[in-house]
Design a protein around this ligand. Structure first.
Ligand code: F6R
Length: 628
């Protein structure tokens, strides 16, 4: 949700900021803007539309300043207009501000500022914060400064600029990642965060503030992950970090472990396509070093729980949103099936307000690719507040969820940039399967069953490679069905969540209405949708329910509904029942959902391409939902 970049250094800020915005565009793409400081003036360009529109606009201006900020927007307050695009300038012309988040008490602050003579050009909450900083700056006596900070990275002094931002933030309710410029401080920038991600890249003679690492990776791999309530002040070639309460913070400089090529499309047409085809490697990275030497169970370094502590757990709770929630549903199935322990799965957004009673010996998990989803973070905090230990399954190293959890498992799949989650999903399925194995082996799963489970998981990347080879056939099926306006996705047991995921993938990137149902539930309502115009995608793997799923297909066919069947090797469908068939390799139950994810990802991808949709930037969406 909204991408922000700020630069202080010796290069042309606008060039570096625009490059950062292009890489952050997957966070929001309604409008974009840039502002640089030059000769005591704020030079501003902002436009509704994509970053490429802004690039053309900036080219007309020849901005040469070396301090600047930029923003790519996902609208919350106020429509998509040039005026509502960020950066916003305070009405006295002294401050420019970019913001990711929501200022909840903006309307009270606006009323106050209007009474003090401040004016507003936009409908945004952000402009209110910008003017509030200007108000505090005007109130602060000129020349006021605070004692020097002594953390070794410091600028050597606080400043009136910094203190005005701090004071304004003390009056703000809501969430923010902000970066601010002040005309009186030509080589300074102040940035702060509360529940919106923000990091500082420490480069060679330059510093870059950004919402995520993809915006800084081409300049530096050294990074400081800012925490909630921290304010960073870039000045005089250095930086200081303090809290809202004015305490000094000693920065920890981490290294980003992936490289610029991981954040580029290479020869693929879209990030989504690249990420689908990267899945075998992503799965290998997720499982690397995580099996016991005897090959009978999983090993996780970061759970911060001993085997005997885990043995006390008799119930699990998983919270997540969207695709990650689907991965939790599959994990529920596997834990219940193999470890024979009850699992509850909740939408993080519901859990945080539901005040649901939890058993004492419950282990709480959250799952989040980005580690920044606000609802998942709130669920984690709520569970911790109730005294539960919370473990996170998460991809982005250094994310808020990763830092606040009591332990967890990193996915290690590299940056996922396509807005529709693909490789992160299959890696979540894999890690969920490994968690189920680990718990099962602490209980009743035998050594030999553990060994076959592990060997099946190790084979998952190759099975996914086999399915990926069917891409041309799946593309042909996509072409045949791309013009239908409604789809059903139907599956049972561990593949019911895959039906939900298939429907979500299709609707989010191709704007086709799609619903996922347990195959047998279809008779209880959705069958009313069936006609020649509504294809049904069935998961029908080999096993005890195969014949039942085939009966459901017959019921669809009897009503002239087209059937796309995803079966496993060795299954025989009655002749003429399916209009298209995709055959998956036969595999272990724990691997089946991973393998089954691939054809629905490819089907959705090719349908969206066929319909001319912007696959990596679907309308109204953004990666990483950091607002409620
Ligand atoms: C769908 C998708 C979203 C995310 C959801 C949670 O393709 O990507 O549904 O899964 O917003 O995001 P994370 O996993 O970052 O918490």
């Amino acid at each position: 949700m909204c991408g922000i970049v700020g630069y202080v250094g010796k290069q042309k800020a606008a060039t570096i900021i625009l490059e950062g915005l292009k890489r952050l565009e997957y966070r929001g793409y309604d409008s974009a803007g840039v502002c640089v400081l030059k000769d005591g003036r704020l030079e501003l360009a902002k436009k509704s539309g994509r970053v490429e529109v802004l690039v053309k606009e900036v080219a007309r201006h020849h901005f040469t300043g070396t301090t600047g900020i930029g923003h790519t927007r996902w609208a919350t307050h106020g429509g998509v207009t040039d005026a509502n695009a960020h950066p916003h300038i305070s009405s006295d012309g002294k401050f420019a501000l970019i913001h990711n988040g929501v200022i909840e008490n903006y309307s009270q602050i606006k009323t106050f500022l209007l009474s003090k003579g401040y004016g507003f050009q936009s409908e945004t909450d952000t402009e209110v914060l910008c003017n509030l900083i200007a108000y505090h700056y005007a109130k602060e006596p000129a020349g006021a400064s605070n004692p020097p900070h002594a953390n070794g990275h410091g600028t050597g002094s606080g400043s009136r600029f910094l203190e005005s931002v701090r004071k304004a933030l003390q009056h703000v309710e809501g969430t923010y990642g902000i970066a601010v410029l002040c005309v009186d401080c030509p080589t300074e920038l102040v940035a702060a965060r509360k529940a919106s991600p923000l990091l500082l890249g420490v480069g060679d003679g330059e510093h870059i503030i950004a919402s995520d690492a993809s915006a800084i990776i081409s300049r530096t791999q050294s990074v400081v992950y800012l925490k909630d309530g921290e304010i960073v002040h870039l000045a005089r070639g250095g930086f200081t970090i303090t809290t809202l309460e004015q305490e000094d913070v000693s920065p920890v400089v981490d290294k980003i472990t992936w490289s610029i090529s991981d954040a580029e499309k290479g020869n693929y047409a879209h990030f989504m396509e690249k990420e689908i085809f990267e899945q075998p490697i992503a799965l290998e990275n997720s499982m690397r070093g995580r099996f016991s030497e005897d090959g009978s169970t999983a090993n996780f370094g970061g759970l911060n729980l001993t085997a005997s502590e885990l043995r006390q757990i008799d119930r699990f709770m998983f919270c997540a949103c969207g695709t990650a929630w689907h991965a939790c549903l599959v994990t529920e199935h596997l834990i219940e099936r193999f470890a024979r322990l009850p699992v509850e799965v909740d939408y993080a957004s519901e859990f945080r307000y539901r005040n649901s009673p939890l058993d004492r010996n419950t282990l709480f998990f959250v799952m989040s690719q980005s580690g920044e989803t606000i609802d998942t973070l709130a669920a984690l905090r709520e569970a911790q507040r109730k005294g539960y230990r919370v473990l996170a399954i998460n991809n982005v190293v250094g994310s808020t969820i990763a830092r606040e959890a009591n332990g967890g498992i990193y996915q290690h799949v590299g940056p996922e940039i396509g807005v529709a989650s693909t490789k992160a999903f299959t890696s979540q399925l894999l890690i969920g399967a490994m968690v189920a194995l680990y718990i099962a082996r602490l209980r009743d799963m035998s050594f030999s069953d553990g060994v076959s489970y592990v060997s099946a998981l190790k084979g998952a990347p190759d099975l996914v490679r086999q399915v990926l080879k069917q891409a041309p056939e799946i593309k042909a099926i996509a072409k045949r069905f791309a013009r239908h306006a409604d789809f059903l996705f139907l599956g049972r047991l561990s593949l019911f969540p895959l039906a939900l995921e298939g429907a979500l993938k299709l609707k989010e990137i191709s704007y086709i209405h799609a619903e996922g149902y347990p195959a047998a539930e279809m008779k209880h309502g959705p069958i009313a949708l069936i006609s020649e115009e509504c294809p049904s995608v069935f998961f029908a793997p080999k096993g005890e329910i195969f014949n039942k799923v085939v009966s459901s297909m017959q019921e669809i066919k009897a009503r002239k509904g087209p059937v796309i069947a995803i079966i496993t090797e060795g299954c025989e469908l009655p002749p003429g029942l399916a209009d298209a068939v995709i055959t998956l390799p036969d595999c272990h139950e724990a691997v089946l959902p991973i393998v089954a994810a691939v054809p629905v990802q490819l089907l959705s991808y090719y349908i969206a391409v066929e319909r001319g949709c912007d696959v990596d930037k679907p309308r109204n969406l953004a990666k990483s939902v950091t607002v409620e």
